[in-house]
Write a protein that binds this ligand. Structure first.
Ligand SMILES: [Zn+2]
Length: 349
């Protein structure tokens, strides 16, 4: 859920609006876009091959197996086949992780033109999910990239678990948001779709990346490095804009009932992504999935965050956070020496 639109959708469904009151932020009901459609076992893929500027036909992508796919060497049809195969790889890994697949096939909509991208928060790399569709169909992923694993993680979450935003975005970032490379002047990026944590059927894994505003411009960092900066730890090279620095913020303070929206939209991505990646790397998936399943937010039955972590991990969440802070302070070279992508500030700013 990368755009404000997605957050509104979640709020709308969580508030329990009745049938007939569904959002249509992507204008699908009017049928204004002539989609080409290709289907696989678990996906119905909507795209437009006739837009020469579209991301999926030009920009390299690191696939789940770590190989680099260069769409310019392929026809649109061939590229869609590769993207669907990558989605299917993610699907089987996520089905294994969450314990079962999805009830319905996932509709994927790949937007290409500038006007369409406005629906995605004017972001070339943004995406959103839609679980309450105007046409009554199954869950949908809306994106401008050929594959968008972060959003597919949310689709699986939407049918299996229901935890506060920081733990849901944390998992989506920790698992699905990979290395981003600036291609020329942009605005497009090569975004890795390689899982950053162990996932069934995928060999090895990559590093989670997210972007942050620094004094040098917009920078795509490994998530642990940007989390350290958000928490006010000195970085050897970059400085986050001061309004993004929150030394006293912790994931545990973002998870009390009713406080799923925090002081800054990006905090659940940076801090949640970093802590979840650290937690799963050190303690494995099983316990984290149990935590997610027990932290319900839309029913009064949701358990207290502290007691869930204490019960599952055998220690207080604050102690886990202290260990995570020590890990960040040690600036592990795997993450601090990893390359970053910089989009410089515009001239004169
Ligand atoms: Zn998200």
């Amino acid at each position: 859920m990368r755009s404000p639109v997605a957050v509104l959708l979640v709020i709308a469904s969580a508030a329990g609006f009745g049938p007939g009151c569904v959002a249509d932020p992507f204008g699908l009901a009017g049928g204004t876009i002539e989609w080409q459609v290709r289907e696989s076992e678990h996906f119905v893929y909507h795209y437009q091959a006739d837009d020469p500027a579209a991301y999926p036909w030009h920009n390299p992508m690191e696939l789940p197996d770590g190989s680099l796919f260069l769409p310019e060497e392929h026809t649109a049809d061939e590229s869609v086949a590769v993207y669907l195969e990558a989605y299917e790889t993610w699907y089987s890994g996520l089905a294994d992780l969450f314990g079962s697949g999805l009830d319905e096939r996932v509709a994927v909509y790949v937007y290409s033109s500038g006007t369409q991208k406005l629906w995605l928060g004017q972001s070339a790399s943004g995406g959103a999910i839609d679980v309450q569709r105007i046409d009554g169909g199954g869950p949908a992923v809306h994106s401008s990239t050929g594959v968008h694993s972060h959003e597919l993680v949310h689709v699986f979450q939407s049918q299996h678990v229901d935890a506060p935003v920081v733990w849901m975005e944390g998992q989506a970032v920790a698992l699905g948001d990979g290395w981003v490379e600036l291609i020329g002047e942009g605005p497009y990026f090569s975004r890795s779709q390689r899982p950053n944590l162990p996932l069934a059927g995928v060999e090895g894994h990559g590093i989670p990346y997210i972007e942050g505003e620094t004094t040098a411009g917009l920078v795509f960092f490994p998530v642990h490095r940007i989390a350290a900066m958000v928490l006010g730890m000195p970085d050897p090279e970059y400085e986050l804009l001061p309004e993004h620095v929150h030394p006293d913020m912790r994931p545990s303070s973002m998870t009390s009932a009713g406080s799923t929206l925090t002081v800054e939209f990006a905090l659940p991505y940076a801090l949640g992504g970093s802590l979840v990646h650290y937690l799963v790397l050190t303690h494995g998936w099983e316990r984290y999935i149990e935590v997610l399943g027990r932290l319900g937010t839309t029913t009064m039955a949701g358990e207290d965050t502290g007691s869930v972590f204490r019960d599952v991990y055998g220690v207080e969440l604050e102690q886990i956070e202290d260990e995570w802070l020590s890990f960040l302070e040690s600036q592990p070279s795997e993450f601090w020496d990893a390359p970053v992508s910089v989009i410089p500030l515009p001239e004169g700013s």
